[in-house]
Design a protein around this ligand. Structure first.
Ligand code: GLN
Length: 285
């Protein structure tokens, strides 16, 4: 392999060009973030000390990270970390990488939590992002996160521990199998798999490295939303809310589904990009 330039400014230029050629949509940011990770310094350091050089071992570590990113691996998996709702979260290839879009689900859930009091359930919790964001905002409320993947539950538990969030617990199970029978929740939230298996989006970028089981669902991506919505009626307290994140073209289908199951006040909220992102329904038995 060609030896890398050791000066910060030259290495930044070189690796930006390499990542640009490999198809990264954000080559300059990727290069800077990986470099800061190896140097254990903030971004400002790169601009303040352009002439400083990396040690041999720092260069070796950087070359390894650069090669992984060149191969398309998401930055979040390379660093093992991603921020969500201002919480630094550990991520692994067993979990979906938390998306800024999903903060929409947290915002709507917090709004509904002002109308009805009781425990909250997050189905398909992954890193625990949604459960941890809600638990951090609602310290008096008990939040439970469930995931079918034991490895995801481990990541979520480690995140809760490291962040010192104690009003959250995580259990392993297939949707409601992870929940004690008879428990009634004020809110049930979920960012389930909702992408159709044939969606070309699955062949591009970071998503190629994420667990397919967290992304893809049968029935044009609606199968898991259907399963959860039907079963949730046994786990919601009266006036409780069910909230789903879904694809930006699925809002009408999800609203129809919730209405056909008897949910009331069904409506959709948009994310920061103006896309239909979260649909909710109220359970009135
Ligand atoms: N919003 C994610 C994406 O488009 C998918 C998340 C999910 O399937 N729950 O990549």
């Amino acid at each position: 392999m060609m030896s890398l330039p050791a000066r910060i400014d030259e290495l930044t230029r070189y690796s930006t060009a390499v990542l640009s050629k490999s198809g990264s949509p954000s080559p300059a940011i990727d290069a800077a973030v990986l470099l800061c990770h190896v140097l254990e310094k903030p971004r400002s350091y790169l601009l303040t000390w352009p002439e400083k050089t990396l040690t041999e071992s720092q260069l070796d570590s950087f070359a390894e990270l650069l090669a992984r990113r060149q191969n398309g691996e998401p930055i979040a998996y390379i660093l093992g970390q991603r921020e969500f709702w201002s919480l630094p979260l550990q991520v692994s290839s067993a979990t979906l990488i938390p998306r800024p879009d999903t903060e929409c689900l947290v915002i709507v859930a917090l709004e509904k939590a002002r109308q009805v009091t009781g425990p909250i359930l997050d189905l398909g919790t992954g890193t625990g992002a949604i459960a941890l964001a809600l638990a951090s905002e609602l310290p008096d409320i008990k939040v439970t996160g469930v995931d079918i993947q034991p490895a995801a539950c481990e990541v979520a538990k480690a995140n809760a521990e490291r962040l010192g969030i104690t009003n959250v617990s995580f259990s392993q199970g297939n949707w409601f199998e992870g929940v004690e029978k008879g428990t009634k929740f004020a809110l049930i939230v979920s960012n389930p798999p909702y992408i159709d298996a044939d969606d070309p989006h699955l062949q591009c970028g970071d998503v190629r490295f994420e667990p397919r089981s967290a992304l893809v669902a049968e029935e044009q991506g609606l199968a898991d939303i259907r399963t959860i919505a039907a079963a949730a009626r046994q786990y919601l307290q009266p006036q409780g809310w069910l909230l789903f994140e879904h694809g930006y073209e699925q809002a009408e289908s999800v609203r129809g589904l919730l209405q056909s199951l008897g949910y009331q006040s069904v409506h959709t909220e948009q994310d920061d990009s103006g896309h239909d992102r979260v649909t909710v329904g109220c359970f009135l038995p």
